[in-house]
Design a protein around this ligand. Structure first.
Ligand SMILES: [Zn+2]
Length: 408
């Protein structure tokens, strides 16, 4: 009897833990523009005190930054920002409301890009592809910290292809649009009859890693929509930023030693299994990778290496021109504007990211990151009805880049 009670209690606790949901009721998102060095310091202080979360990175003064604010401090924060003369615009008045609206949508069983899908749904879709396209689609897995699969899909229409394109997404968990776009591109590469795509899939083998950080991604679906990092425990906090964890100028810039920080770089390079195992996989790919693309959100940027220096290194000029033109191509579909430049020039110095490691270690001619839609209206919570237009405009620019990569 006693043991039954204990068992029931344990089951109840387990259910509570499983059902645990971080809520963002009445959390607001503001765009603030610090105009002086003092303003920047005020914002840094507020983040340290836990009053605000940065949705976009804080740069120097004069650059707007998007911050999320908890309801308890909203009023005081507004007064404080006004006292300091920091310009403030309200972008989202209730974050939870936006999350709930998107959760309520009914979705089809297989990916149709009218909705966001879970890790299991994406992986099942990928396995189906390998059954339906025998000898063309192969699936490999490496492991994450929590022993989930980091699924790698290879599309090969030409068994003698010696060059490849590599596309990864959702290294940051909450950036759901990134895997929605990469899976859309994967589907187009497989199914399209457009001569341009047919040519590129015959010329290159295409690799896709829809979810680089499966532990964080699953957590963002099940417990906390705004989770960014991995889920490895570090003291009282969880996770490192897997895009500050690659072994290239690790922890030099734009990272934090505090395990509770959103940009914690981890205790050492490649401390995060998903990044380490993916890097190992990349090192062993037999083809020469000519284009490496990492999808993120948000801000509408095409970012070029490197994040550790202000210098424009290696083939920067060529890659800048190609990326600039790719942004024009992207814009020509729906008018969406992108800014192009190195990580250091466009955001701030931030090292240890995947595109820097790929460029430096594997000498890939084009290695870039996209920060996809939007510019802050919804931020990480981009509505599902924007998935297809985002994917369509993005694939236009990706195809252009891949075509141009042959000249580098
Ligand atoms: Zn990101």
């Amino acid at each position: 009897m006693e043991s039954t009670k204990v068992l029931l209690l344990l089951l109840a606790i387990q259910n509570i833990v499983l059902a645990y949901q971080v809520r963002y009721d009445n959390h607001a998102v503001y765009r603030v523009t610090p105009k002086t060095r003092q303003h920047v310091e005020v914002l840094k202080y507020l983040e340290k005190e836990g009053w605000i979360d940065f949705w976009t990175p804080l740069r120097s003064n004069a650059y707007p930054v998007d911050i999320m604010v908890a309801p308890g401090v909203k009023r005081n924060l507004e007064i404080m920002l006004e006292d300091y003369g920091i310009d403030t615009t309200n972008l989202i008045s209730n974050v939870q409301e936006v999350i709930d609206e998107q959760k309520g949508l009914t979705k089809s069983r297989s990916l149709d890009w009218n909705n966001y899908y879970t890790l299991t749904e994406i992986q099942n879709w990928v396995y189906k592809l390998s059954e339906n396209y025998v000898n063309i689609v192969t699936v490999d897995n490496v492991k994450s910290y929590e022993k989930r699969n980091v699924t790698i899909v290879k599309v090969s229409f030409n068994s003698s292809a010696t060059e490849a394109v590599f596309i990864e997404s959702n290294i940051h968990a909450r950036e759901w649009i990134s895997s929605a776009v990469s899976t859309y591109i994967l589907s187009e590469i497989l199914n399209s009859t457009e001569p341009r795509i047919v040519e590129l899939r015959n010329k290159y083998n295409w690799y896709f890693v829809p979810v680089v950080n499966p532990d964080g991604f699953a957590y963002s679906h099940e417990h906390d929509r705004l989770w960014r990092k991995t889920r490895k425990p570090y003291g009282g906090c969880f996770g490192a930023d897997p895009n500050r964890n690659w072994d290239n100028h690790w922890n030099e810039f734009g990272a934090d030693d505090n395990p509770c920080s959103e940009i914690y770089s981890g205790p050492k390079p490649f401390s995060e299994q998903c990044a380490k195992n993916l890097a190992e996989y990349l090192t062993n790919i037999p083809e020469k990778i000519r284009t490496y693309i990492s999808f993120h959100s948000f801000s509408q940027l095409i970012l070029i290496p490197y994040g550790y220096t202000t210098e424009h290194l290696e083939n920067y000029d060529q890659v800048y021109n190609i990326s600039f033109n790719a942004a024009e191509v992207l814009k020509s579909r729906y008018g969406t504007s992108y800014t192009v430049g190195t990580i250091t020039d466009v955001i701030y110095p931030a090292s240890g990211g995947s595109i820097d490691w790929a460029k430096a270690t594997l000498h890939i001619p084009i290695s870039v990151a996209y920060e996809l839609r939007d510019t802050g209206k919804y931020g990480f919570l981009l509505p599902p009805d924007q998935i297809i237009p985002t994917a369509e405009e993005t694939i236009d620019s990706v195809l252009y880049m891949v075509e141009e990569s042959q000249y580098l």
